[in-house]
Design a protein around this ligand. Sequence first.
Ligand SMILES: Nc1ncnc2c1ncn2[C@@H]1O[C@H](COP(=O)(O)OP(=O)(O)OP(=O)(O)O)[C@@H](O)[C@H]1O
Length: 355
Amino acid sequence: MAQIQLAGISKSFDKTEVIRKTELEIEDGSFCVFVGPSGCGKSTLLRIIAGLETASAGEVRIDRKAVNDVDPSDRGIAMVFQSYALYPHMNVRENMGFGLRMGGTPKAEIAARVTRAAEILQITQLLDRRPAQLSGGQRQRVAIGRAIVRDPKVFLFDEPLSNLDAELRVQMRVEISKLHKSLGTTMIYVTHDQTEAMTMADKIVVMRAGVIEQAGAPLELYTNPDNAFVAGFLGSPRMNFFKARMAADGENVATLPDGQKVPLPALANPPQPGEELLLGVRPEHMDSARADARLTLPVDVIEHLGTTNFVYATGPAGETVVVEKRDHADATSHVHCMIEVTNMRVFALTGARLR
Ligand SMILES: Nc1ncnc2c1ncn2[C@@H]1O[C@H](COP(=O)(O)OP(=O)(O)OP(=O)(O)O)[C@@H](O)[C@H]1O
C-alpha cells in the first residue's frame, strides 16, 4: 500500500500546458477517481504518476519519497489500460506471468502468483486460452490479473471499462470495488463517467482543462460543490440551472426571467443587490411537499423508469429535468416543479459558489 502526493505538477506538450500546478494527496489504501471531460488531462496525470510521462515541473512522491527519477518498473505501480494490451500469441497463464518472467522471478513463484490471482478473479478455467478465445470482460479480467500478480503498492486504471457493453460495465465496476476491498491497495482510476466516479471512489478528483476543480468524498462533492462545473458534472440527470437576478431592495429573493420570485437560502456572503445569479437545483429536489417556489412548465418528454419518471420540460432557463416519484406525469401536459430552497445551490455567473 502507498500514499501518493503530487506537489506542483505541471505538464506541457510543445509549449501547450495541459496540466497546471496540481497539488493532490491520495491517502494510503484509498480508491481515488480522476474524472472530467475528454482532454482535461486525466490520463496525462495518471501517466505522470506511473512514470510513463515526465512532469515539466513539480514532484511525484510515493510514501513521501520523490520518484521523478525512478523508472516506471521500480515505482511499485501496476497499470491496467483500456485496450487490455494482451499478447495474442500467449495464453492467459503466460500473459499474466509475463512481467514476472521478464523480471526474473522463479518459475514456481510465478505459477503460485498466477494461480492465486486467477482464483481472486475467477478465471482459473480460462488459464490455457488465448486472448482471441475470450470475451471482452474476460480479457479485462486477465489484464487486471496481470497487474495483481505483480503485487503492486498502487494500481492505476485508465478507463478500463470503456470497451465493455453497459451491463458488463456495471458488473466489472462492482468487481473492481470488491477487489479494492479485499486487497486494500491504493487504486487510482481514470474515467469520464461520473456514475463510475460516484459509485467507486473514496475520493473524486474533478478536473477541467488541466486544473483540479475540486477533490473530496463523492457525497461531499455532490452536496457541496465548490462551483457550477462540479455541480453540473456530478449527478444524472444533471443539476438544473436557472438564471435569476437578486432583488434590488436587499430582500433575500431572486427573480427568474419569467418574473417569478424565488426565495434564496441564507448565505454568509449574500450576492449584491441586482446581481445576476445561477440557481442550481437537482432534479430530485424539484418534486417535494417542502417546496418553497413553484414553476409550471410545459412537458417535452417523459422517461418512465419504473419507480420514478424523468420529466423533461422547458423552463425559463431552457431544458429542465424533474424527477417525479408519482405516476401522474403522463396525464399532464404541464409539470409542476417545486424548488426546495434548502437544497438550492447559488452560484455567481462566473460559476463560483456563493455560500
Ligand atoms: N503526447 C502528446 N502530445 C501532445 N499533446 C498531448 C499528448 N498527450 C496528450 N496530449 C494533450 O493533452 C491534453 C490532455 O490529454 P489527456 O489524454 O490527458 O486527456 P484525458 O482527460 O485523459 O482525455 P480522454 O478522456 O479523452 O482520454 C489533450 O489536449 C491532449 O490532446
